[in-house]
Design a protein around this ligand. Structure first.
Ligand code: ZN
Length: 311
């Protein structure tokens, strides 16, 4: 876990930010200026050209741009992409990183994982050097989040908690966090208590971050590579994966996805081609509770795109 975790109302406004930090964000000035004002941060640089699924070229460009500017810390402010960029930069330069999620789903502020695109393909990386020096989780950022972003983030957090629970790398400690995260997130969505999402996502990050995600996430990347948002692709992929694994979370996960009204997924490439892309993803597949063959993957994809698994 990060050395420092600041959690709760006003956590982001009470935090003492080092001077000459570089704020990295995916949002636009009309939004982040309000945020930075709330945080009371002074004397900073800002980089606001991060796009979803950041490419390694973007990260290298930021590194070059601020070299010699004596940056004291990176502040990742936004969704998973802003945080992933900070994580990778921190590994390259050794500069400390402060991660502040504003969409609450990836739990990325708690984990040693980062997703970076190489050659237009998303790659899941893990490194101790990706761990935040400080994570700040403050529900202040929640209101105003568009419904689509909220539901994608919530679905990601639920997928991570339940896949993490089932993961072969799980242990009583990670299961404790995954189970609690799932219960909180389930309650947050099913009973429209959205202010519980930040806490649930944070616990999910601790749980799956110390185990792993599994088949659902492995299946989802072929859809993300065709432009489907991460959380959206998990709605069907994790449902089908839970069914395959006979997970105790299958029914509950599906119910939440139905409540969030996720539409069916489509795939441009053939199922066989997609399965060939998924099979080498050993990081996810080797930790799946049941062994997965290529034919299993083809069957899962067939169910995702040809039958409606959320029906
Ligand atoms: Zn995820």
């Amino acid at each position: 876990m990060p050395r420092k975790i600041a959690y709760g109302a006003n956590a982001a406004s009470e935090f003492q930010y080092p001077e000459n930090s570089l704020v990295i964000t995916t949002t636009t000035p009309d939004i982040y200026e309000k945020w930075l004002n709330y945080m009371g941060i002074k004397k900073y640089e800002i980089y606001d050209k991060v796009t979803p699924d950041p490419a390694i070229e973007t990260i290298e460009e930021i590194k070059r741009k601020y070299e010699g500017k004596q940056i004291s810390a990176y502040i990742g402010l936004g969704g998973g992409s802003s945080m992933d960029v900070c994580k990778y930069l921190g590994k390259l330069t050794g500069i400390p990183k402060i991660l502040i999620p504003t969409t609450f789903g990836t739990g990325a502020e708690m984990t040693t994982y980062a997703v970076v695109s190489f050659d237009h393909k998303k790659k899941l990386l893990q490194d101790e050097a990706f761990l935040a020096d400080a994570a700040i989780v403050d529900p202040y950022f929640l209101p105003g989040t568009p419904f689509n972003i909220m539901r994608n983030s919530a679905c990601d957090a639920l997928a991570q908690a339940s896949e993490g629970y089932d993961s072969k790398l799980g242990n009583p400690f990670t299961k404790l966090f995954c189970k609690e995260a799932f219960d909180i997130l389930d309650n947050a969505i099913m009973n429209d208590k959205h202010d519980l999402l930040p806490y649930g996502a944070m616990l999910s990050g601790i749980g799956f971050g110390n185990s792993s995600t599994t088949l659902g996430h492995a299946l989802s990347y072929v859809f993300s590579n065709e432009g489907v948002p991460h959380g959206y692709s998990l709605s069907s992929c994790t449902t089908v994966a839970h069914k395959f694994n006979k997970s105790e979370y299958y029914e509950r996960f599906k119910k939440v996805c139905q409540k969030l009204k996720f539409e069916r997924l489509t795939l441009k490439q053939s199922l066989d081609e997609a399965a060939d892309v998924i099979m080498p993803d050993r990081g996810h597949l080797d930790n799946n509770p049941i062994e997965v063959t290529k034919q299993d993957i083809v069957n899962c994809l067939d169910e995702i795109v040809n039958k409606n698994p959320l029906q």
